[in-house]
Ligand binder design. Structure first.
Ligand code: DGT
Ligand code: CA
Ligand code: CA
Ligand code: ZN
Length: 578
């Protein structure tokens, strides 16, 4: 059993207990345990099997949880979970993903109506029965209906990081098979989209039949959907991510890669361009309509070239003007992950991170970075033990001292300072003035009306010490839409104040999205791509943020953390140098 699966059972049970209105202590211990297990480099199963060890070695796992883990490993569930599943059907968990409904409300709805499904909930709202319950009204019914619609749109999609990991595992497996030449991811994964519906893998070479066999027999496959001559589809893992594998002949590999990379909208526009040139484009190649002769197909480059276009990076293929740009040689040189020289948003054990400043710095140094900013939370996040003014000032002094020791990477003293409900910064200005890099972020009161949220952000941007706006929309992919505010007004104010917009590279956020990046770039803003790491391994998430930046048409010049240390010191010394 994988750590992820252990953690999932704990998360799930904690959620059900919350729906049941049970007390918080045990719920918290399950959740702490689950997140400790997810962050563990070792397999829980291996520790359990080793008689010389015990899982209580892992911080966050106590005796009670140790019993639970043992039981899970033996029979795939545990007593508390079974109890909860007797009281509430597992579909109740799905309701937690509907915004606007907390666990208490879900428990109440179950107790009154025995409703625990999305369809049932939708009916209650349409028939105005929800408002018969205490503290629920017509406004809530409307909100829930909207959330259900949003939920249905995202249901069945997966985080880019999860899809990428699955694709990597399968690709490595296939590449060991004799005769396999190329294995390439296509589809939305290749375009770097923040969520992925299914994974599309293309293989070529003499060994492709063996690949399709190996695929459907892969231990992680839970359901085989298709096993044809040139294609197999199957669902992988508990989560049921679908993977399509297609075997292709060499001579049409480029055409197939182009076709299956999409997007559909990009392909439609490309095909109509081809037709105007007397050509027809499909997954087998580019052909002349008049005599069916083949013009191109082996590589993508030759296809785009034959259509009079520069090659278009997959991230831009969304039919958002990229085809005209390619015809006019206006495709920008996009930023690449290798150009990133530092990471300016991360947490340590001072607040809710899992590693010390030294460990974070050493990991960043090992990645080849020239600098990082440590940006722990401010005191409004009391649960994370956020820094108050005294600690923030002491931290700035500590960082100056560390930099004097020349540890092979420069540290900027930073802070992720909460923007309070009224737009006031959580720490006093004279404390913020001591720090090199203040990121301002919203972590609370996210349901404000748009106008109020806009004013709140505008007020925060007036603070002279704010250098970046952290995870600007607050979205959590597949869970929570970003809060509503006037992005244009906020971006303009940020530009005027010399504040950088963060592109948060955490795979659950990827905030902001490509359309907003383009909108902000058009206003002349600059960006910082940051991992928001809470663990050294999260530093590796940088490339997801770079994918967002590429989807937003950014070049290295648009992103401040492609600067050298010296340039960065100048940028930070000079507040208005945006
Ligand atoms: P996803 O999986 O929902 O995240 O998005 P995609 O873009 O990966 O979509 P998918 O897996 O359905 O198909 C992969 C690519 O194959 C898609 O981007 C374009 C191409 N494709 C698939 N079906 C069609 C089709 O019916 N018409 C056209 N023009 N292209 C298609
Ligand atoms: Ca796909
Ligand atoms: Ca597909
Ligand atoms: Zn944050």
């Amino acid at each position: 059993m994988e750590n992820r699966e252990f953690a999932q059972l704990l998360w799930e049970t904690a959620d059900l207990m919350e729906i049941a209105g049970e007390d918080g202590f045990r719920i918290r211990s399950y959740r702490n345990g689950a997140s400790a297990i997810e962050g563990l480099p070792e397999r829980i199963e291996d520790i359990l099997k080793n008689p010389a060890r015990t899982v209580t070695e892992v911080s966050g796992i106590g005796k009670g949880l140790a019993f639970v883990l043992k039981e899970i490993s033996e029979r795939g569930s545990f007593e508390r979970r079974d109890e909860m599943l007797e009281r509430y059907p597992p579909t109740a968990l799905e309701l937690l993903r509907i915004q606007g409904l907390g666990p208490k409300s879900i428990g109440l709805i179950w107790n009154h109506f025995r409703v625990s499904t999305i369809d049932g909930l939708e009916r209650l709202c349409r028939e105005h029965k929800l408002q018969t319950l205490p503290r629920m009204g017509g406004k809530l019914e409307e909100k829930v209906l909207r959330s259900i619609a949003q939920y249905r749109q995202r249901a069945g999609r997966f985080l880019l990081s999860f899809a990428e990991q699955t694709a990597h595992e399968l690709t490595a497996h296939f590449q060991e098979i004799a005769g396999v030449e190329k294995v390439t991811a296509a589809g939305s994964l290749r375009r770097g989209k923040e969520t992925v519906g299914d994974v599309d893998l293309l293989v070529t070479g003499d060994g492709t039949d063996a690949v399709l066999d190996a695929f459907v027999k892969h231990p992680k496959v839970t359901e085989i959907l298709v096993r044809g001559e040139n294609k197999a589809s199957a669902k992988i893992g508990l989560e049921g991510l679908q993977v399509d594998v297609r075997a292709l002949p060499r001579e049409s590999y480029g055409a197939a890669l182009q076709y299956f990379t999409g997007s559909k909208e990009h392909n439609v526009t490309l095909r109509s361009r081809a037709l105007k040139l007397g050509l027809t484009l499909n997954e087998y190649g580019l052909f002349r309509v008049s005599d069916n002769s083949r013009v191109a197909g082996e590589t993508e480059e030759e296809i785009y070239a034959a259509l009079g276009l520069d090659w278009i990076p997959p991230e831009l293929r969304e039919n958002q003007g990229e085809i005209d740009a390619a015809a006019e040689h206006r495709i920008p040189v996009l930023i690449e992950a290798s150009q990133i020289r530092g990471d300016l948003h991360m947490h340590t054990t001072e607040t809710d991170g899992r590693a010390s400043l030294e460990e974070m710095a050493e990991s960043a140094r090992a990645l080849g970075y020239e600098y990082i900013a440590i940006t722990d939370h401010s005191k409004a996040l009391a649960m994370a033990n956020g820094l108050d003014e005294t600690r923030a000032v002491a931290f700035a002094a500590q960082v100056r001292e560390i930099n004097r020791r020349e540890i092979g990477i420069h540290i900027f003293s930073g802070l992720e300072c909460d923007i309070k409900r009224d737009g006031v910064m959580d720490l006093a200005h004279d404390a913020l003035a001591e720090l090199d890099f203040v990121v301002a972020s919203v972590h609370s009161h996210m349901n404000l009306e748009s106008a109020e949220m806009t004013d709140r952000l505008l007020a925060a941007l007036e603070c002279p010490h704010v250098r970046a706006l952290g995870h600007p929309t607050g979205r959590v992919l597949l869970h929570r839409e970003g809060f509503s505010f006037d992005f244009d007004a906020v971006a303009k104010a940020a530009k005027r104040r010399g504040v950088f917009l963060e592109i948060n590279a955490s795979p659950e956020r990827l905030d902001i999205s490509a359309p907003l990046i383009r909108q902000a770039k058009a206003l002349g803003l600059r960006f910082v791509i940051s991992t928001d790491a809470h663990h050294p391994k999260h530093l590796l998430n940088m490339h997801y943020g770079v994918s967002m930046a590429r989807r937003g048409w950014l070049s290295s010049d648009d992103v401040i953390n492609t600067s050298s240390l010296q340039q960065m010191q100048q940028i930070l010394a000079n507040k208005q140098a945006s």
